[in-house]
Design a binder for this molecule. Structure first.
Ligand code: NAD
Ligand code: UDX
Length: 493
């Protein structure tokens, strides 16, 4: 097969950027990204390139390729039929109902995509599982495809998990550490692996393309995210020890990160990791281990999530404790709502939890984020999953009444701003929840003068210049550093 046509089902954070880069690097291949959501596709096709996701560098790539060999469409059937390779990049969120609620991944979108491919395809196809799935999901896709085709169409199902991180997706896709392709260990399976590999070889050196069996590939994706999340939980666990002892977590991270066996990355203590992947994928792994009757392994990975929940709660408690154990009717400015800088994505953002904990105590919140739209913030703070979620990720039933109350609470307590200085005026405290670079550049003397005194600065990302804040007069608290009496005195050179 000579690959001339690729279809991607799912025009989200993965499907959109991944296929834009494939189109840019493979001008000989026509790439069509399809989605059920007309609104999303319209945004990808918008004249002013007001794309549905914010990702540095993405707009330039779309500008270069859209209409040339990159297309966005809701005509799913036509795109499937024309394609040699079909990527499935649909969402696989944690289930919010039924068996495995709150832990297992919801595979209904994957299954719907597979059934549609089976019903539509009239020629042989390579179907690529790009979404993150439990081990053996490819087998289910395979069975659905085979059970539903009548006209002799042959399918090969490959696993090709995506490792991009949001905020750096274009660079991650252009220069990946590796590409992973898993396939059936048969001659036709291995041939399909080579076909997909050929696509990536347009810009990625062959030695960076790892080829494995299907199950290793599927498990490697879950393992990679579990190891990364584990590192953050490990350094966050150390941050609690630092705060109790006087050690500084930045110094500890530097000291251990210089060991070449450990390396310096992913050792930034924070108010907890967020994002659509880490929690979902670790829970996916935990659920898988339980299903495989490996309770000790499941408990081991569950602890990564428990530590993250603990860290979020612990930092919120620190804010409340420092503000004289009551934040009722106090104004607290939340700087940053996205789950990390350089994205407008708020899924599982620790900001949401910080806001929720402070609202539960009756605090008034002024929220500023340079990328997140006001409607998104309101939707997140009133979302049933958040209002339902109790401690340690366990769900309780919410009645309609409770959800309505959540709306009232949010409209009473929350104000959203487009300007950080306005958001900070008259506040008792601010909390840095996202590590946006612009927060380092704010005029903190001006901010101090506009805030109530004592003015509290809580740096949940350890990005600010704490000495200069203290010199201005702020009471500064951060993750992984014990505040002592000396911290309240101006720094003398
Ligand atoms: P997303 O929610 O941004 O996008 C998924 C899209 O699929 C949505 O636009 C939805 O409308 C569409 N869709 C769902 N069912 C469909 C169907 N049957 N036909 C057509 N379109 C359909 O999700 P995402 O963040 O792009 O994640 C996709 C997958 O990739 C998930 O499994 C995720 O775990 C994985 N992943 C995500 C990231 C990331 O950074 N977001 C990174 C690596 C892997
Ligand atoms: C992650 C993986 O990195 C990526 O490989 C995978 O494909 C998808 O999941 P993403 O969630 O987009 O990517 O961002 P990432 O940079 O991993 O950050 C996740 C969360 O951890 C963010 O909230 C971030 O702020 C936090 N984090 C990251 C820390 O708290 N400390 C760190 O040292 C690193």
């Amino acid at each position: 097969m000579v690959v001339t046509n690729i279809c991607c089902v799912g025009a989200g954070y993965v499907g959109g950027p991944t296929c834009s880069v494939i189109a840019a690097k493979c001008p000989d291949i026509r790439v069509t990204v399809v989605d059920l959501s007309q609104q999303r596709i319209d945004a990808w096709n918008s004249d002013d390139f007001n794309l549905p996701i914010y990702e540095p560098g993405l707009k330039d790539v779309v500008k270069e390729c859209r209409g040339r060999n990159l297309f966005f469409s809701t005509n799913i059937d036509e795109a499937i039929n024309a394609a040699d390779i079909i990527f499935i990049s649909v969402n696989t969120p944690t289930k919010t109902y039924g068996l495995g609620k709150g832990r297992a991944p919801d595979l209904k979108y994957i299954e719907a995509a597979a059934r549609r491919i089976a019903n539509i395809a009239t020629g042989n196809k390579i179907v690529v599982e790009k979404s993150t799935v439990p081990v053996k999901a490819a087998e289910s896709i395979h069975r659905i495809l085979f059970a539903n085709t009548t006209n002799g169409v042959r399918f090969q199902v490959l696993s090709n998990p995506e490792f991009l991180a949001e905020g750096s997706a274009i660079n991650d896709l252009m220069n990946p550490d590796r590409v992973l392709i898993g396939g059936e260990q048969s001659s036709s399976g291995l041939r399909a692996v080579e076909e997909l590999s050929w696509v990536y070889e347009h810009w990625i050196p062959k030695e960076k393309i790892i080829k494995t069996n299907t199950w290793s590939s599927e498990l490697s994706k879950l393992a990679a995210n579990a190891f990364l999340a584990q590192r953050i939980s490990s350094i966050n666990a150390m941050s609690a020890v630092c705060e109790a002892t006087g050690a500084d977590v930045g110094e500890v991270a530097h000291a251990i990160g210089t060991d070449s066996r450990l390396g310096p990355k992913f050792l930034q203590a924070s108010l907890g990791f967020g994002g659509s992947c880490f929690q979902k994928d670790v829970l996916n792994l935990v659920y898988l281990c339980e299903a495989l009757n490996l309770p000790e392994v499941a408990a081991y990975w569950q602890q990564v999530i428990d530590m993250n929940d603990y860290q979020r709660r612990r930092f919120a408690n620190k804010v409340i404790g420092c503000l004289f154990n009551t934040v009722t009717d106090k104004t607290i400015t939340i700087l940053g709502f996205a789950f990390k800088k350089n994205t407008g994505d708020t899924r599982e953002s620790s900001s949401i939890y910080m806001c929720k904990y402070l609202m539960d105590e009756g605090a008034r919140l002024h929220i500023y984020d340079p990328q997140v739209a006001q409607e998104q913030i309101i939707a997140d703070l009133t979302h049933r999953d958040i209002s339902e979620k109790s401690e340690r990720g366990k769900f309780k039933m919410a009645t309609t009444l409770e959800t309505e109350t959540e709306w009232e609470k949010v409209s009473k307590l929350v104000k959203i701003y487009n300007n950080p200085y306005e958001a900070l005026e008259g506040a008792h405290a601010f909390v840095v929840c996202t590590e946006w670079d612009e927060f380092k550049e704010l005029d903190y003397l001006r901010i101090y003068n506009s805030m109530l005194k004592p003015a509290f600065a809580f740096d949940g990302r350890r990005i600010l210049d704490h000495d200069s804040l203290k010199n201005i007069g702020f009471h500064v608290e951060t993750v992984g550093h014990k505040t002592t009496l000396k911290d309240f005195l101006p720094i003398t050179p």
